[in-house]
Design a protein around this ligand. Sequence first.
Ligand code: SME
Length: 163
Amino acid sequence: MEELIISGQTKKEQYETLLPQIASVIEDESDMIANMANVAAMLHETFHFWWTGFYRVQGDQLVLGPFQGPLACTRIAKGRGVCGTAWKKAETIVVEDVFQFPGHIACSSASRSEIVVPMIHQDEVIGVLDIDSEKVATFDEVDVLYLKKVVENLSKKLIKNAC
Ligand code: SME
């Protein structure tokens, strides 16, 4: 499959440009919510996804965190939907077509594909980065590679108690 080219740059090039900018923005800020908010904004503005945001683990649920896009479900149980499954398995999940994912939670009927990357700190999932697209099959191995780096960079800065 040919690489998606946006604004004269491939998706890989866009991530390569964006990642140092994200690193620089979060470098001197220790507050998790502030960093999540800026990361969501930067990813969303660069790629014009349908929905870009975070859920944080709070007890036995994921609770909505900073995001860009239409309003979303506030709480997701472990093992439910794409987010709850990524949390339970502690694995990144790419969904080419949300209609084919059993138990997908449709916060928005416009969402057609999705990627969820767990944030892991000291071997525990402390939250997830969730991105939705209104087109099918938006996310591939390039997104997996770079979004994992984004999330790793964020988690490195986090103290679990501040989550
Ligand atoms: N679709 C997600 C729910 C969160 S919204 O997409 C923002 C899921 O199935 O877990």
